[in-house]
Design a protein around this ligand. Structure first.
Ligand code: FAD
Length: 463
């Protein structure tokens, strides 16, 4: 690619020169070699260098910093994981689940603290989070969420408000109740990722772009593992795999993650009169209780971002640029904007983009380091990586430096997700789940009845 601006509105408005940095120019040695200049790779480099400024770190990026999900996302920097607190508790115990949830609140604040301390203009604004039930059928899900937070000691951070009480803050058609909290922020993903890359470079981290890693060599008798590229190898005792969905394109990790697309539409800047009707002055992040996922944010320049899933999984897990645009899904998202905010019926949409999420087989993120092979990784965030990548960077730093800290005791640490099934079973399973969730959402809004909690689609969604 020569022009990266069309990848997303965030890269287009990152106030940065997107010309790729120089590629690798022959084999080299480092203390830590990182695959991927997204937020995982960059935060890991950041915390490693802060802990030990003498470390020689090379980040190897196939395209440019922020090319992946980190430069394309919905701007939610929220204390959410894709895995529920209850499921974490079932797998790892109540205490571990509680510590994990607390770490997600801390991660949001750490993104705000670190970017402010380093002078990165990341647009961090902690306006809170609003989950709306658009119709009575969504209310049980809000109550279940609140109940879960209460059970684990976080109830004071959340409350359910009625549509009337919400209205002075934001007016969304059909909203009967909402779960609100103060704990989430929005960011400018382009300025965050590109700003972090610039900072690291100034600090002496080497970032090579336009350099595809084709293979990972595990630690051999020389004590070095390597990122293998057509331009040479980067050899280091520690290799960090920070490629998220794209790791599925490497043969060695092909069945560890499935790439699933999340898509976004963006409106033109909305007039002051329309904002007066909608409210939303706090720039909270907003979503609804729909199983098949929607997420909204309000940009600094007064646009509405509406994201959602729905683009179909492709047989064999390929990743191609053309999959970022899926006309039926983008059109549905535009329809949702008009439905949620009827005063915007005539609004223009200026941008549409998308990107692959990395989905592990058990929906469980992993932050891991194996000193025997030299491989470290933080991955499997699905749709919740903006704050979690920061946590991943700190966890990997402690693991790589051999420190035993509260972070290295978190339940995501050294988790191993099972492999996805080989094709065609993978295609059948993922496509079925996508279809079933969409169908159930349609049924819920058609009948106005809350879901039973027992269908296969819901069991998949609540994973
Ligand atoms: C459309 C969309 C919306 C989202 N919305 C949100 C949201 O609002 N909030 C939230 O918390 N999360 C969201 N997410 C998820 C979040 O953005 C990701 O979890 C997070 O950015 C992952 O960061 P990462 O650094 O691990 O991976 P990425 O940002 O994907 O970075 C991986 C990097 O590795 C590079 N790479 C991959 N393979 C190779 C190779 N072989 N050689 C060299 N380089 C390679 C890629 O080019 C890429 O730059 C969204 C994701 C998408 C796609």
């Amino acid at each position: 690619m020569t022009d990266y601006r069309p990848i997303s509105y965030w890269l287009e408005t990152a106030n940065d020169d997107l010309t790729p940095r120089a590629p690798l120019d022959g084999s080299t040695d480092a203390d830590v070699a990182i695959l991927g200049a997204g937020l995982t790779g960059l935060w890991t480099a950041y915390y490693l260098r802060r802990a030990d400024p003498t470390l020689r770190i090379v980040v190897v990026e196939r395209d440019i910093a922020g090319f992946g999900a980190s430069g394309r996302n919905g701007a939610w920097c929220a204390p959410d994981l894709n895995i529920s607190i209850s499921r974490l508790a079932r797998l790892h115990g109540d205490d571990a689940a509680r510590r994990m949830q607390q770490a997600t609140y801390d991660a949001v604040d750490e993104v705000g603290r670190a970017t402010a301390a380093e002078g990165i203009d990341a647009g961090f604004h902690k306006g809170g989070e609003i989950i709306v039930a658009r119709g009575p059928q969504g209310v049980p899900s809000l109550q279940d969420s609140l109940e879960e937070y209460r059970r684990f000691g976080f109830g004071a951070r959340y409350r359910i408000v009625g549509g009337d009480e919400l209205a002075p803050r934001i007016r969304i058609a059909g909203t009967v109740k909402a779960l609100v909290s103060d704990d989430a922020a929005v960011v400018h993903p382009g300025r965050l990722t590109r700003g972090l890359a610039r900072l690291l470079e100034r600090d002496g981290v080497r970032i090579v772009e336009g350099t595809p890693v084709t293979k990972i060599r595990l630690k051999d008798r020389t004590g070095k593992a390597a990122l293998v590229t057509p331009m040479g190898d980067v050899r280091a005792p520690v290799i960090v795999l920070a490629g998220e969905a794209y790791l599925s394109q490497l043969e060695q990790f092909h069945r560890q993650l499935v790439p699933l697309w999340s898509l976004i539409v963006l409106t033109e800047p909305i007039s002051e009169e329309a904002w007066a009707e909608i409210g939303w002055q706090g720039r909270e992040v907003v979503a609804s209780t729909r199983l098949s996922i929607d997420y909204l944010s309000r940009t600094e320049d007064g646009r509405i971002l509406f994201g959602g899933r729905g683009a179909p999984y492709r047989f064999g897990s390929p990743i191609r640029l053309e999959y970022d645009l899926h006309a039926p899904t983008h059109e549905r998202l535009r329809g949702f904007v008009r439905e949620w905010f009827p005063s915007l019926r005539g609004v223009q949409f200026t941008h549409a983009w998308g990107g692959p999420l990395g989905m592990p087989r058990d929906w469980h993120p992993t932050m891991a380091f194996d000193p025997a092979t030299g491989l470290a990784t933080s991955r499997g965030y699905i749709g919740h990586g903006v704050s979690t990548t920061n946590l991943g960077g700190r966890v990997l730093t402690d693991l790589i430096l051999g420190r035993k800290t509260p972070l290295t005791e978190l339940p995501l640490v050294n988790h191993r997700s099972p492999n996805w099934e080989p094709e065609p079973l993978r295609w059948l399973g993922v496509r079925y789940a996508q279809w079933a969730m969409g169908r159930l959402d349609d049924k819920i809004s058609r009948t106005g009845k809350p879901p039973s909690g027992k269908s296969l689609a819901e069991r998949i969604a609540s994973h």
